[in-house]
Design a protein around this ligand. Sequence first.
Ligand SMILES: Cc1cc2nc3c(=O)[nH]c(=O)nc-3n(C[C@H](O)[C@H](O)[C@H](O)COP(=O)(O)OP(=O)(O)OC[C@H]3O[C@@H](n4cnc5c(N)ncnc54)[C@H](O)[C@@H]3O)c2cc1C
Length: 273
Amino acid sequence: MTYAALPATPSVADERGIVLHNEKVNAEYRHLVVGTSALAATAKPGQFFQLACPQPPGETPYLRRPMSVYGADPKAHTVSFLYKVAGAGTRGLAMLRQGDRCGLMGPLGHGFWLDQAWRNIVVLGRGVGLATLGPLAGMAQKAGVGVTAILSARSPALVMSEEVFREAGAHVIAVTDSEGTADPANVDRLMRGLIADGLCAAMFTCGSSRLLKLLQKLARAHDLPGQVALEQQMACGLGMCFCCVRDFIVDGQTEHRRVCWDGPVFDLREAVA
Ligand SMILES: Cc1cc2nc3c(=O)[nH]c(=O)nc-3n(C[C@H](O)[C@H](O)[C@H](O)COP(=O)(O)OP(=O)(O)OC[C@H]3O[C@@H](n4cnc5c(N)ncnc54)[C@H](O)[C@@H]3O)c2cc1C
């Protein structure tokens, strides 16, 4: 399916879900699970929610904060998020306790898509981008598509979503700064090997401009398709405020698109890193 052929977001829930779980997974990240309506739980990989954040002492996170769907269970009516505590908003989210209400609006935006012709794909992400990419593994598994996941992080303890990829049958390669394996030259070498072995019909990325540039170069050199989930500071999340506009190069021309409404998943080769 092409970018232009994607359907608009059908309908969006704006509700106060019930916090079922909000625990630390390591020094920087927390896992939040919210009981929601059936509509919210229809969220697909790559879509996101706007979360209302409680006020930490002395701080006022006024706007809702965008968070990718880490998991959605349409039977149990739950949606989960994996988030890094970065500033006032996410410090507020970290205060939520089991049984609290959590304001959320979504699912928003367009998620990842898979072409029926693809037998094997490569997913390459870093940091919080791995929260966005994690559920793509289950989507690929259901579609019978093999996944190699290159997960990049500062250190082994911060490699996120590894178990999600493994549970979905992905071949996982973790690369880290601390072990000296996350440098672009090594990732480029790994990618070229996967392409040569016929394991990369398409490539997917999120979380690093440097990795996006690397994949764009490879996609052009090998004429391979790909998708990128962009993380851009947002305000409304509904396409009205034009706060998250970014440049894209389409057929040699610059186009301006809203990350929240036209994305957040875009054609890899059209995004400007
Ligand atoms: C579509 C989308 C999906 C996202 N999914 C996730 C996710 O699954 N998990 C997760 O941890 N984070 C995700 N983010 C990033 C998350 O929204 C920001 O980290 C969050 O808004 C920061 O809010 P804050 O008030 O805690 O920090 P702030 O005080 O607002 O900012 C703290 C730091 O985070 C940076 N930041 C702020 N907003 C963003 C943003 N939108 N993208 C990247 N960096 C930002 C700031 O530049 C600053 O360096 C996503 C962003 C988008 C747009």
